[in-house]
Design a protein around this ligand. Structure first.
Ligand SMILES: [Zn+2]
Length: 109
């Protein structure tokens, strides 16, 4: 497996997510409407944005863990049993290879 390429894919995704999360924070921090109807719509939008922000942060954490596994040389192996994971599988779920038991169960249990 080309670790340099894999690392680049993860880092690119990391930057993309960080930029998106920054935008979500900006949107959430904007001045609130004074009109009640407008405020109700804004609150709904904020809930959606917060959901997106949470998903983004979860993925960022997974990417951080995957990058750490690359650094430690354990990327591409199952975190539970150490079995090698095929490149295609890793590529399909790049940020999931931080893998805990989940990975093990899905792919070769
Ligand atoms: Zn396993």
């Amino acid at each position: 497996m080309d670790m340099k390429l894999q690392e680049k894919i993860l880092r690119d995704r990391w930057h993309e997510l960080t930029a998106r999360l920054r935008k979500i924070d900006t949107d959430l921090g904007r001045t609130k409407a004074t009109d009640d109807d407008d405020r109700a719509i804004e609150n709904e939008n904020d809930e959606v944005l917060e959901g997106l922000g949470q998903a983004g942060e979860d993925e960022l954490r997974a990417i951080d863990a995957a990058l750490e596994r690359i650094a430690r040389g354990t990327y591409g192996t199952c975190a539970r049993c150490g079995a090698a994971i095929s490149e295609g599988t890793v590529r399909a779920r790049a940020s999931r290879t931080a893998g805990d038991g989940e990975w093990h169960r899905w792919f070769h249990a």
